[in-house]
Design a protein around this ligand. Structure first.
Ligand SMILES: *Cc1c(COP(=O)(O)O)cnc(C)c1O
Length: 434
């Protein structure tokens, strides 16, 4: 075993050599060094603001829904490790991937029958887009190559996903000239419970009708727009999209990478609307936050359409496609989720977030407080000062990662009531001091 690095030595090497998400090189912020994690707690290599441990209010970006170091997921990984960690998927197959694909078909909307196991969320969106474009090419409609989405979305950081992220949200604005030019509808009106706005529904219908000849698909995050702004909208708009897509021969893609596996109170957010997409992406919580994996599901109509074309295959095949280790943990994670009254746990956390975040509404500088399922958001009327906001949350013993004007949390489903309350206190502290 190599000598362990001291936390200070590790940080110096990190700053000199290691990129972090959306970070500069060399790094400017001092990242906290995590030594281990268990349950909902991250254990730090050295105390920060007096805290050795932080409650993870982020689920490591929506993924660690069962918390860390879970005995059942550890066992699934160990068991699979003893057989094989990986084997190529071209010409070979194996039980973990087949089991996972069958399980995903079983738990997602009925029309989705075929599964592409990708290695990250962004790649699963690339695959979804490729499926849609190829479907129309095979159907003799090669001009149908553009995508329509609504503003305020986030679909990942690779090229096609970037082209459907919010064009003014900041993160990918730099590339607007180089990306494929997609069709953008206005942001959906805010509010999960808000009465659907007829004028907005008409706007969606007209835009889809107007561009139908060049549109391959509409792609949206159903019900919750995540990294594009943490906004919630009425499920009614998903029904409008479904109807308009059917009427005008456009495919519908739901990106459930953030919303999937119970986060919004339904197993998949599409269920709030009672509609099924033609293509659907899942990721993030798929492996319970253990390993990187995502999946693109499609209907038999889409798969058959592709297979009838002049090139009757889907030309995509990542090296780590269907990774057995990730697949085995994903199966265990899904069983763990569905083997409990998960909907009740989400309701419990939702109630805790509503109670705990209510005081934030009274704070100066707070524009909005909103909660849906196990997601809590406090929106400020100004950009968060990351340094003081992070200091405020760490002092409370909580890990949060605010962005733009948002302090938000999506805790692991196993977070106890007292820990939910503490997360809420940290959100309020960050809203006050950030
Ligand atoms: C995170 C996310 C992605 C990208 O997934 P990665 O695994 O980070 O590539 C795509 N869509 C949505 C809605 C996401 O939240």
């Amino acid at each position: 075993m190599p000598e362990p690095l001291s936390p200070a030595g590790l940080r110096a090497l990190d700053r000199a050599h290691v990129w972090h998400p959306y970070g500069p090189m060399p790094g400017r912020q001092e990242p906290l060094v995590v030594e281990s994690a268990s349950g909902v707690r991250l254990r730090l290599a050295e105390p920060a603001h007096g805290q050795h441990e932080l409650i993870d209010g982020m689920s490591s970006w929506w993924s660690a829904v069962h918390g860390y170091n879970h005995p059942v997921l550890n066992e699934a990984a160990r068991d699979q490790l003893g057989r094989m960690s990986h084997v190529m998927f071209g010409g070979l197959t194996h039980e973990p991937a087949v089991r996972l694909a069958a399980r995903l078909v079983e738990i997602t909307p009925e029309p989705l029958q075929h599964v592409f196991l990708a290695d990250s969320g962004s790649v699963s969106v690339e695959v979804a887009v490729k499926m849609c474009l190829q479907y129309w090419r095979s159907a003799g409609r090669p001009a149908k190559q553009r995508l329509l989405t609504w503003r305020g979305g986030y679909h990942g950081d690779t090229w096609q996903p970037m082209s459907v992220c919010d064009p003014e949200g900041g993160m990918h604005e730099l590339w607007s000239g180089a990306l494929p030019r997609q069709v953008f509808a206005d942001e959906p009106p805010s509010g999960f419970d808000a009465e659907p706005d007829d004028a907005y529904a008409t706007h969606l219908r007209e835009l889809i009708a107007h561009h139908a000849d060049e549109l391959a698909a509409v792609i949206v995050e159903p019900v919750v727009q995540g990294a594009g702004g943490m906004r919630f909208h009425s499920p009614a708009y998903l029904r409008v999209l479904r109807e308009a897509c059917d009427a005008h021969g456009v495919l519908l893609v739901f990106d459930e990478i953030a919303t999937g596996f119970g986060r919004t109170g339904k197993l998949f957010a599409a269920e709030h609307a009672g509609v099924s997409p033609d293509v659907m992406c899942v990721g993030k919580a798929l492996t319970g936050g253990y390993l990187t994996m995502a999946a693109t599901l499609c209907t038999t109509a889409v798969a058959d359409g592709i297979s009838r074309g002049e090139v009757p295959v889907l030309a995509h095949g990542p090296t780590f496609m269907g990774n057995p280790l990730a697949s085995a943990v994903a199966c265990a994670s899904i069983d763990l989720l569905l083997g409990q009254d998960w909907a009740q746990e989400i309701k419990r956390i939702e109630a805790g977030l509503r109670d705990g975040l209510a005081p934030a509404a009274e704070l100066p500088g707070v524009r909005d407080v909103r909660v849906l399922g196990a997601i809590g958001v406090v929106q400020l009327d100004h950009e968060v000062d990351m340094e003081s906001a992070t200091r405020a949350t760490v002092r409370e013993g909580v890990w949060l990662r605010p962005f733009r004007d948002l302090v938000y949390t999506m805790p692991p489903y196993v977070t106890g009531d007292e820990d939910v309350a503490r997360i809420c206190r940290a959100v309020c502290a960050a809203a006050r001091e950030g």
